[in-house]
Design a protein around this ligand. Structure first.
Ligand code: HEM
Length: 543
C-alpha cells in the first residue's frame, strides 16, 4: 500500500510547543475531577491529599521490606492452566468454557470463585494476566504509574503499525501515534497531542457544529422510523454514522455526509472497516494468536480493514491540510498542525478513528435503550433540558447547567461501561492485593464488575443517576470503582469530545422524542464493546 502522505516530507517542528508545558499528571488530575471530597473510598481509611501522598510513597521495595506478609505470584488464586494448553483452551470455540462474547459473566464468576485478584496464567503467546476487582488496589496501581505506562492492548495493531506498515508509521521519529504504542515514542506523541485534545476549550469550540450533526441525526431518525414509529433493525449502524460524522468534524474538520451514505460509499466503507477492526481485534487478542505464525483469514480481514481506515483517513487529512492554508476558522486539526506538525495531526486523526467511533456510538445506543425503558428518568431529563435550552440552539456551557444529563450518562457507563475493563502491563514488580506481581504481567482493572458490585455502590443493580449528583445521599462510592475513560497518563484522549458528542445527541433525542421500548428486555454482550445484543427497536414519539 502506498500513501502519498507517507512520502511527503513533513516539516519537523522543533520546540513542540505549548503542549510540553503540561505534565500528564496535571492533565489527569484536572480531567478526572476525582471525587474524594465527596466520597470516602471504602476499605481505605484515609482521604484526599493524604491518601495520594501515602500511596505515592508506597514504593514496592519499601512495601516488601516492611511487610513480610507479601505473598508470592505462585500463590495468587485463579483457574489452573493445563499442561501444553495453558488457560488459552478456555476461550477456544467448542471446547472452552469461557465465551469471549460473555467475558463479562466470566469475570463475575472469577470474582465470586477466587476473590479480589485472580491470576490467569498460561495464555499461549501472551503474558500472564492478573484481574483486579478491588477499587482501592486499582487506585494504588494507577497512582504508582511511572512516566510511560504500558497498556496491554492490541499486539496485532502494534504489528500492523510497526511491521506491516512500518513505511508509514516509522517514517518519522516518535510518530506512530498512541494506540498500541508504548514507551518514549508514546510519551512524545501523547505530550504533543494531549494539551490540544484534552483542553475544555478544544471541545467547546465544537458545541455548535456537533449540535448540528445531532440535529441531522434526529431528522434522519424521523425518516427511518417504520409505521409504528420504531427504529429499524440496523439502528446501531445509523448511530455509527452519527458518530463518524461527528468525529470527522472534530478530527478532520470535515462533514463526510454519512447520513446520505449508500452501501459501497466511502463513508459506509469506513464504518464497516471500523466495525471489522473491532470485531477482529477482540478475537485476535483473546484467542490463540495463530496470526503470529501465519496470516489467518481473520487477520487478513483485520489488515484490510485497517488499510481502508488508513487510506480514507489520509485522503481527508491531505484535503483538510490543503484547505487549512486558506482557512480562517480555528479547529483541532489546525491546532494540532500548529503545535506538532501535519504528520502528528494525521496519525492522531487515525488513532481517533480507530477508537473513537464504536466506543461513542455504543455508549449512545446503550443510553437510548436505558432511557427508553425508564419513562420517569426520561421525563426528569426532558424537564432539565427544556428548562436550560428554552427552545434555543445549544451553546458552549449549556451542558454544565444539566447535571442530571451528565449523571444519566455516568450511570449508564457505570452499569454498562462500553470498555468493560482496561489495564496496564507492569513495568516493575508491584505488590497488588498483598501478592508480589512480577514485571511484565498484564493487570486488568475490572470496571464492569466493580461498577456493578454492592461493595462499591449501594443498590448497585438499580439505575440511579442521583448517585452522581452533588449533595445526594446516594453519592458515596469509591472514585476508582467506575472509570469508563480509564485514568492517569494514558486515560482516554478523546474523553472531552466523547462527552460533548454523547451529551449533545442525548439532549437532542430527549428534546425531540418520547422514547419507548416494547420488546423483550435486551441482554448485553461484549462485541467487543459492551453493548445491547440485537436490534435496538425504539419507539420514538414526537414531543
Ligand atoms: C464513550 C466513549 C469512549 C470511551 C468509554 C472511551 C474509553 C477509553 C478507555 C477506557 C481508554 C483507555 C484508558 C486507559 O488506559 O487508562 C481509552 C483510550 C483512548 N481513547 Fe477513548 N473512549 C471513548 C471515546 C473516545 C473518542 C471519541 C476518542 C477520540 C476522539 C478516543 C480516543 C482515545 C485514545 C486516542 C486513547 C488512547 C490513549 C493513550 O493510549 O494514550 N476515545 N478510551
Amino acid at each position: 500500500m502506498r500513501h502519498r502522505l507517507s512520502k511527503l516530507k513533513w516539516p519537523v517542528r522543533n520546540g513542540t510547543t505549548r503542549c510540553l508545558n503540561t505534565t500528564p499528571q496535571v492533565e489527569q488530575a484536572s480531567e478526572n475531577g476525582l471525587e474524594f471530597s465527596a466520597a470516602k473510598p471504602r476499605g481505605c481509611p484515609i482521604q484526599g491529599q493524604r491518601l495520594r501522598s501515602t500511596h505515592a510513597a508506597l514504593d514496592t521495595s519499601v512495601f516488601e521490606t516492611i511487610s513480610p506478609a507479601v505473598k508470592s505470584w505462585e500463590e495468587v488464586p485463579g483457574p489452573k492452566p493445563l499442561p501444553l494448553l495453558g488457560n488459552t483452551w478456555r476461550f477456544a470455540p467448542y471446547i472452552g468454557n469461557y465465551s469471549v462474547e460473555h467475558v463479562d459473566k466470566v469475570c463475575i464468576s472469577l470474582r465470586e470463585q477466587y476473590g479480589k485478584c485472580v491470576k490467569m496464567a498460561g495464555l499461549l503467546g501472551r503474558p500472564d494476566m492478573l484481574f483486579v476487582f478491588d477499587a482501592g488496589e486499582v487506585e494504588r496501581v494507577f497512582r504508582g504509574e511511572d512516566a510511560t505506562p504500558h497498556r496491554p492492548s492490541m499486539p496485532s495493531l502494534n504489528y500492523y503499525k510497526h511491521v506491516l506498515r512500518k513505511d508509514f508509521f516509522g517514517a518519522e521519529e516518535n510518530c506512530a501515534g498512541v494506540i498500541a504504542v508504548h514507551g518514549d515514542s508514546w510519551s512524545a506523541f501523547r505530550t504533543k497531542v494531549s494539551r490540544v485534545a484534552l483542553s475544555t476549550s478544544a471541545a467547546a469550540q465544537y458545541t455548535e457544529p456537533v449540535a448540528q450533526v445531532a440535529d441531522a441525526f434526529v431528522d434522519r431518525v424521523r425518516i427511518i422510523r417504520n409505521k409504528d414509529l420504531e427504529t429499524p433493525a440496523d439502528f446501531l449502524n445509523e448511530i455509527h454514522k452519527w458518530s463518524l460524522e461527528s468525529l470527522s468534524l472534530i478530527a478532520l474538520d470535515t462533514r463526510l455526509g454519512c447520513f446520505e451514505a449508500r452501501s459501497g460509499s466511502e463513508s459506509q466503507k469506513l464504518i464497516d472497516a471500523v466495525n471489522t477492526f473491532f470485531l477482529c481485534v477482540g478475537e485476535l487478542e483473546l484467542r490463540a494468536p495463530w496470526w503470529r505464525i501465519y496470516p489467518t483469514a481473520m487477520f487478513k480481514r483485520y489488515v484490510a480493514a485497517l488499510d481502508t481506515i488508513l487510506s480514507v483517513t489520509l485522503k481527508h487529512v491531505e484535503r483538510a491540510l490543503e484547505e487549512l492554508k486558506t482557512a480562517t476558522n480555528k479547529s483541532l486539526l489546525q491546532d494540532l498542525v500548529a503545535a506538532a506538525g501535519p504528520r502528528v495531526a494525521a496519525v492522531a486523526a487515525l488513532d481517533m478513528f480507530l477508537v473513537g467511533i464504536d466506543t461513542t456510538s455504543n455508549a449512545v445506543a446503550s443510553t437510548l435503550y436505558q432511557l427508553s425503558i425508564r419513562p420517569s428518568v426520561q421525563e426528569r431529563l426532558h424537564e432539565e433540558v427544556t428548562k436550560v435550552l428554552q427552545g434555543r440552539p445549544m451553546k458552549p456551557g449549556d451542558v454544565n447547567q444539566m447535571p442530571y444529563l451528565k449523571a444519566c450518562i455516568k450511570e449508564v457507563l457505570r452499569m454498562y461501561p462500553v470498555v468493560i475493563g482496561n489495564g496496564r502491563q507492569l513495568t516493575k514488580d508491584t505488590v497488588i492485593c498483598g501478592y508480589n506481581i512480577p514485571k511484565g504481567t498484564q493487570v486488568i482493572f475490572q470496571h464492569y464488575v466493580m461498577g456493578n458490585s454492592e461493595e462499591n455502590f449501594g443498590s448497585a443493580s438499580e439505575f440511579m443517576p442521583e448517585r452522581w449528583l452533588k449533595r445526594s445521599p446516594a453519592r458515596a462510592h469509591h472514585a476508582f470503582a467506575s472509570l469508563p475513560f480509564g485514568f492517569g497518563k494514558r486515560m482516554c484522549l478523546g474523553r472531552r469530545f466523547a462527552e460533548l458528542e454523547i451529551h449533545t445527541v442525548i439532549c437532542k433525542m430527549v428534546q425531540a422524542f418520547k422514547m419507548e421500548y416494547h420488546h423483550e428486555p435486551m441482554e448485553y454482550h461484549v462485541h467487543p464493546m459492551y453493548t445491547p445484543n440485537g436490534p435496538i427497536r425504539l419507539k420514538l414519539i414526537e414531543r
